[in-house]
Design a protein around this ligand. Structure first.
Ligand code: GLN
Length: 531
């Protein structure tokens, strides 16, 4: 079959959950046996979100092949289990960069380089994944931003051209918002009508509309939208607020979104498949009544900043028949006096990843408290580094121990800059990124948890455990049980004498999916429950 292209655009306001919708569409088509990939096109100028502050853009998600990307790629992977790559995340910056590089190289043979056709052609080339040899039945392309933004105009023009060229092989799914006006007691479709007009003014007729709404929309409202927007009634789908994002695919399936896509792309509409294990997960999510209380010790008081960690905790809790009750604990406010109070009632603690010195001492205090009180603790990347520093200060007796990232001149640099990071001046895309092998020590806790000797996990850091101190750590009770087989870099530390005190230099949270929850999070939650 010809590859079918689905374009997911958004209107009215941002933050409607286009990423979840795109991931859900992927899930539903996958359940029907189709092969697919989901990609995100972001209209900002940054080459990638790697240099963006999480307050600006939420978590930076890292692909297996080491691209720093938008957090929506995390949704794509968690929903479908399909791995994304650097080709699945494209920004305006990357588009312009490749066009400008080609221009400097002389590839355009003296032509004047313009937004149309050169930028739009480059967008089309990437949407069509011209360099990717894999055949996909469906390529789902989500375009960031809101319709009408100046920045997204070249993307819309590329979509218009592709829809024209591909005919039935391309569909546009437009996500809008239907606000409820309390004073009038009415749901309003006008913003949707305007948003569709805007899209039409760019030459794009949406095939399917998804209306985000806080209240149920009666058929009459959907019929009104259908007739004003030239869209079939069964192609006007509503996306009500739901208690869990994982219910979205089920809700979309109930309304026949996948059937509508098949019909629009000229495919046979076979009976709707069951979502199987996905439904079992949702059932367990609903029936779990008891909670497991987890503290996230970090510096970003923002849901999206630790998105993948949160989702991994939610998933692992459900598989252990619990509801994850996640508390954010701002490490900037932690002191030795208040730490007991701050962590009161929590079953387990995550010490979060991060960069820079803000909130560092609070993380070290938390690591000390949980170590000396045997509270299950999971340190991730910077969190692991803080466990290592705390151990040096309070067990090895080096009160000035630190990471070179924070203190250039510390004589006890237990966390040091990696050799190949020393002369780096360009900050974008130059960290140790993506998946690296890690060999797990026989007899260690992590070896038991993973059930295999060699694992691959994703990284995003510049600093590392300093092996000059390794033997001192091991003889004092902190074991380096995961090492990179080529470079010998320490990837995991654990204290076997404690219930669960494990730090990973890598980010396990990037690879947990709903149907394959991450073993470290599973075991961490299980231990936390047992406490
Ligand atoms: N700042 C630390 C480093 O670069 C940790 C990074 C992280 O937590 N992702 O090594």
């Amino acid at each position: 079959m010809n590859t079918k292209y689905i374009f997911v655009t958004g209107g009215v306001v941002s933050s409607l959950g286009k990423g979840i919708i795109s991931a859900s569409i992927g899930k539903l088509l996958q359940a029907r046996g189709y092969s697919l990939t989901i990609q995100k096109f972001d209209p900002y100028i940054n080459i990638d979100p790697g240099t963006l502050n999480p307050y600006e853009h939420g978590e930076c998600y890292v692909t297996y092949d080491g691209m720093e990307t938008d957090l929506d790629l995390g949704h794509y992977e968690r929903f479908t289990g399909i791995r994304t790559t650097r080709d699945n995340s494209v920004t305006t910056g990357r588009i312009y960069k490749s066009v400008i590089d080609r221009e400097r190289h002389g590839d355009y043979l003296g032509k004047t380089i313009q937004v149309v056709p050169h930028i739009t052609d480059e967008i089309k080339r990437r949407i069509m994944r011209e360099e990717d040899p894999t055949h996909y039945d469906f390529v789902i392309t989500e375009v960031g931003g809101t319709i009408g933004d100046i920045e997204s105009a070249p993307f819309m023009e590329a979509i218009r051209q592709l829809k024209w060229e591909l005919g039935k092989d391309a569909v546009n799914i437009h996500l809008t918002y239907v606000p409820y006006l309390k004073a009038a007691g009415e749901l309003k479709t006008k913003p949707t009508q305007h948003s569709v007009k805007e899209l039409q003014s760019m030459g794009i007729q949406p095939d399917i509309l998804i209306l985000r709404t806080e209240k149920h929309l009666e058929t009459a409202i959907r019929a009104k939208v259908a007739s004003f927007c030239n869209v079939d009634l069964d192609c006007v789908v509503q996306s009500e607020d739901l208690p869990s994002i994982y219910e979205v695919p089920v809700n979309m399936q109930k309304q026949g979104l996948d059937t509508a896509i098949l019909r629009k792309t000229g495919l046979l509409t076979t009976p709707t498949p069951s979502l199987g294990a996905w439904l079992t997960f949702l059932e367990n999510l609903k029936t779990a009544t008891e909670q497991v209380h987890i503290g996230l010790v970090g510096k970003y008081d923002l849901q999206d900043a630790y998105k993948s960690i949160r989702e991994c905790l939610i998933q692992a809790a459900v598989y252990n028949h619990r509801k994850a009750d996640i508390h954010f604990i701002n490490s900037e406010n932690i002191t030795t006096e208040n730490i007991a109070d701050m962590l009161k009632g929590l079953d387990g603690i995550i010490i979060c990843p991060g960069f820079g010195s803000r909130g560092i001492e609070g993380k070290i205090i938390a690591a000390q408290y949980t170590r000396t009180h045997d509270i299950p603790t999971f340190g991730i990347c910077l969190g692991m580094q803080m466990m290592v520093i705390e151990f040096a200060r309070n067990v090895l007796g080096y009160s000035d121990a630190h990471s070179k990232e924070i203190d250039e001149n510390t004589p006890h640099n237990v966390i040091d800059i990696m050799e190949d990071q020393k002369n780096i001046t360009n900050m974008g895309g130059t960290m140790r990124l993506g998946a690296y092998a890690c060999e797990l020590r026989e007899g260690s806790r992590v070896r038991e948890i993973y059930g295999e000797k060699m694992i691959q996990e994703r990284h995003r850091h510049r600093y590392e455990f300093n092996n000059a101190f390794l033997s001192q750590y091991e003889s004092n009770g902190m074991q380096c049980t995961g090492r990179n087989p080529e470079s010998d870099l320490v990837e995991i530390v654990e204290i076997p004498d404690l219930k669960w005190y494990i730090g990973t230099q890598f980010h396990p949270e990037y690879s947990g999916t709903l149907l394959k929850p991450h073993p470290l999070f599973m075991d961490f939650i299980k231990t936390a429950i047992g406490r």
